[in-house]
Ligand binder design. Sequence first.
Ligand code: UDP
Length: 406
Amino acid sequence: MIIGLVSFHTCPKANLGEKDAGGMNVYLDNLARSLDLMGHTVYVFTRKHDFEESVEFSIGTRSKLVHINAGNQEVLKKDLIDLISEFSSNVQTYMVDEGIELEILHTHYWLSGLIGDLLSETWGIPHVITFHTLAKTKLRALADGEEHFSRTDSEYKLMDSVDGILVLTQKEIQDIRELYGEFSNKIAVVPPGIDLKMFYDCGIYTARNELNIPRESKMILFVGRIDPIKGLELLVRAVSLIASEKDVLLYIVGGGDEGDKYLSFIKSLVEKTGLVEKVIFTGPIAHDELRTYYNAADVFVLPSHYESLGFVAIEAMACGTPVVASRVGGIPSVVDHGSTGYLIPWRCPEAFAGQIEVLLKNEDLSGFMSQQALKRSYSLSWDSTAKTVSHYYAEIISDVANIQFV
Ligand code: UDP
């Protein structure tokens, strides 16, 4: 198959953990590489975000990441919508120049979906979308969150117009049904994988030696974009409740821009709660170096207000680290309560502090959960995700061809 993936607003090569670069980038990169490994040819189109970079990068043996010009480097995310027709027409020119014909387009996030609608109509090929996040689920979780005024409406129209909607969890089907309408006849759920060559158990003490963290410390870890949706204030407050315990350390991995409002708020909360000595902000860490942090931690905490999946929870589990996370969005499809960690349904620091302490104080329990977490992660693989996704593409291509033929 010749497949086009569109990721307009963020590039799979972007620095993860910074603004707008997270799970979706990991998903795209792994999906493209695994499809290529299966023998498919994949073109990943993204907006040229750095004018120093080349136009094309190889993916696997036959696939490519293609940077398409649209607007200048400094365009704000809220203004990207104005560049959709420029981007679409530049993709079109690239395809004509290269003589490539795609069989299916799979777009990612609503902005790419708008491009997918234009291009799939021009080319007469099917269009599948993965939203990754939806405006209404985010706004429901974060009362003072802000979204582009046309996003909800566009998402609704896209659900109506596309040939298929690919989601990562059952919960997303439920969210779509509750908040947008009945589209289940065109939705397929395909769970993501995990790269077990990158994330594996390499031993807590080896990892601690590498990071210079004393063996006797109790290390709590957060990894992710520093964004209000991640609920970091809950974690800081939870840690302040157990900080009288000797040697508790909280590592916060990931970063926003310097001077970012939310990051400043979290830093001032750390000061106010007297945790300056106990909280370490590492900034973003390269994806392939994160394994050491996950392995060094006693417990991984994901206190998000909303999370469509939570790749970081899977990564922590693949390194054998139990997870304490909010019971929101797709997290329960990843973390089994009482087995691979704990899910907290309340937005209160006491509940998080309680479960974190249970794990820090009980080595046997933590060891059991670590084993369960490892087992769970072994059941996920990008190869099987890509296989299921490619079958789904093939079905849609044939369904659309049949309809056109009738
Ligand atoms: N990540 C990273 N370095 C960092 C912070 C995050 O490589 O400093 C990666 C992390 O390993 C994970 C992704 O960014 O794969 C975040 O995905 P997740 O689904 O947890 O959150 P999202 O960003 O999609 O909300």
